[in-house]
Design a protein around this ligand. Sequence first.
Ligand SMILES: Cc1ncc(COP(=O)(O)O)c(C=O)c1O
Length: 372
Amino acid sequence: MYPLFKTWAEIDLAAIRFNLAGIRRLIGPEVRILVSVKADAYGHGVVPVSRTALEAGAGWLGVSHVKEALELRSFFPETPILILSSGMRGHSEHIVRNNLTPVVCSLEIARDLAQTALYAGKKAAIHFMLDTGMGRIGVWHENCLPLLEKISRVKGIRLEGLASHFAAADDPDPAFSGLQLERFLKVSRALADRGIEVPLSHIANSGALISLPASRLDMVRPGIMLYGVYPAEHLRGAVELKPALSLKTRVAYLKTVEPGRTISYGRTHRVKKKTRIATLPIGYGDGFSRAHSNRGEVLIRGRRAPIVGIVTMDQVMVDVGGIAGVEVGDEAVLIGSQGEERITAEEAAARIGTISYEVLSQLGKRVSRVYR
Ligand SMILES: Cc1ncc(COP(=O)(O)O)c(C=O)c1O
């Protein structure tokens, strides 16, 4: 008998602990760690991953949306939670009431938060986001000082952090990251010169905390490396990481297919010689991208089997003609290892022209998460 779910992601929490210990070894004992657990902890499941990371020494949780932060707050009442994307009007009450920490990049939002905080008899802690070259949220570094000064004087606001984000921390050429860091430090010094103390400066994601030690500052914000995936190939040697997630399913159906028959929608794969085709109960409805059509591979009985035909919403076909003894119920690994073979998230991503972040974070709700 099989469990009710047919497709699952196994999350190795010991790997999360191992990776966090690696981060700690790299950065030393002083620097704080905010773990990026947005997008359901990059698909790994936000609550178990957060709990494990906090137990292993992380001090902060970082998410993208207020809704994500609210979910976390109900599980972790005391933990600092930073909301990494721009706040909007209407969020202040949730933020203040639940002691969440937003990044802020406008006076309007700062005042909105302040008003709500004062009404509640509190001060709202915020982190100001400056843009040193990412070109996303944040106030451009050259123009941010007058605004920062104003915000620092808003009653009801406590300017707790100064943040920025790297645009190319995975680039083997560190020049642009170095420039971003310089810009950041210039603003930080200018604030100190004006007597504005900001206790927490942070800018480093995984790539930067490995490759640009000077960027570690007061706190680092690793995401992808916590999950055991290298932010870039050239950073592989710097720290040992263990992939935390395996994506698995089981052969649901098997049949012999004669030459000339075609497989799946659009008839893009035509069988050339008699073979056996296995159907796996996973598809793009589970977050397994349709881009794997006629391109991907899975592991069955420790061997690689090619995906044939178009990936459908719920099912995908693989050619197991070259693998002896395949049976209904056999485990199939889409990400992870089986026997001597391994398919990494990086490999799966490269095959379809994307990055591991997307492959992992798009795994859907229908994929059961199993923790060990
Ligand atoms: C603002 C911010 N900080 C930190 C991270 C973590 O980055 P990484 O997963 O590359 O370590 C992200 C993720 O994209 C982010 O958007």
